[in-house]
Design a protein around this ligand. Structure first.
Ligand code: 4NP
Length: 163
């Protein structure tokens, strides 16, 4: 079977996109598709490169059984448009920033994560960085739902029937 690769993209790669990465990894492992779906995350900014995820994001994720501790922030790079089949931005600003870096021909790979959510009629995963603890819970709620939609999309891309 072929494989597909998805990269979640936010601003700092320390709150939203590492959270989405860990959730996606868990869902993909549960679906026994870890050998066929490559998962990563990146930030459009470079302020936090090399750092582990934000402590608040780690704590909120840990309470739901996701371990963000091994992840390290990196900045999106030109090669990512070759490496990944889907680049999923957390909000409109980051969507614009990713599109600005996107080489001609790869535009259809760049989408908003929340396009894949079933239970949310919003386009963005709000930036929790300058807010309170409830913002991190909302990020988890949104990413858990949207990643299920991403997984169904990738099943189709892999030629598998929807679960
Ligand atoms: P993220 O959150 O994009 O979800 O990782 C942020 C992290 C850092 C900053 C802003 C948002 N910052 O301004 O440093």
């Amino acid at each position: 079977m072929k494989s597909v690769a998805v990269c979640f993209v936010c601003l700092g790669n320390i709150c939203r996109s590492p959270t989405a990465e860990a959730i996606m990894r868990e869902q993909v492992e549960r679906a026994s598709l870890a050998d066929h779906i490559v998962i990563d995350s990146a930030g459009t900014g470079d302020w936090h490169v090399g750092e582990p995820p934000d402590k608040r994001a780690q704590a909120a994720a840990q309470r739901r059984g996701y371990d963000l501790a091994p992840l390290r922030a990196r900045q999106i790079a030109a090669e990512d448009f070759d490496r990944f089949d889907l680049l999923l931005a957390m909000d409109e600003v980051n969507l614009g920033n990713v599109r600005a870096l996107c080489p001609p021909g790869s535009e259809s790979k760049v989408r908003l994560l929340m396009e894949f959510a079933e239970h949310w009629d919003v386009r963005e995963v709000a930036d929790p960085y300058f807010g309170g603890a409830e913002g991190f819970e909302l990020v988890l709620d949104q990413c858990e739902n949207a990643c299920r939609g991403v997984l169904e999309h990738l099943r189709v891309a892999l030629g598998l029937a929807a679960a």
